[in-house]
Write a protein that binds this ligand. Structure first.
Ligand code: MG
Length: 161
């Protein structure tokens, strides 16, 4: 059986924080504010996977009230989610995603993100896709106030571990 899931995520941008997307540090004067490393792209992918497997959401698995996840690596969280999926009898098939960010342009960094995400997902790179869009200077993205991401994931049934 094939199942689909969708995930979205948003973090406020502010000075004094790193901007991590897909496990890659993006050179930027502003970073993403959040409890973990605030990696919007990885968070959206985690929610898409959990949604596809019917396993709730990121807040349920990694509560921001838990000090364990303070400044946590979202790529490590993604690896844990892939394990959780395996225990429940699912594995990722493919992931597509879009980052909404005004600046900087992500350019070649998208390839680096794809590699990190594919490794965490246990997928070949061609089954993981990262796209990027600006906010065209309008709205919260366009004014550089937030970074947002959206992702869809497909999972398939496997024999539970
Ligand atoms: Mg988040």
């Amino acid at each position: 059986m094939i199942r689909f899931g969708i995930g979205t995520d948003r973090h406020r941008l502010g000075v004094g924080r790193k901007l991590i997307l897909g496990g890659v540090e993006v050179p930027s004067p502003k970073g993403a504010v959040g409890h973990s490393d605030a990696d919007s792209l990885t968070h959206a992918i985690i929610d898409a996977l959990l949604g596809a497997a019917g396993l709730g959401d990121i807040g349920h698995h990694f509560p921001d009230s838990d000090p364990k996840w303070k400044n946590a690596s979202s790529i490590e969280m993604l690896k844990k989610v892939v394990e959780t999926l395996g225990v429940s009898g699912y594995k990722p098939v493919n992931v597509d995603s879009t980052v909404h960010l005004e600046l900087p342009k992500l350019g070649r960094l998208k390839q680096e993100m794809t590699g990190k995400l594919a490794d965490a997902l246990g997928l070949p790179r061609h089954l993981v896709n990262v796209k990027a869009k600006s906010g065209e200077t309008v709205g919260t993205v366009g004014r550089g106030e937030v970074v947002e991401a959206i992702a869809v994931a497909q999972v398939e049934s496997i024999t539970p571990e």
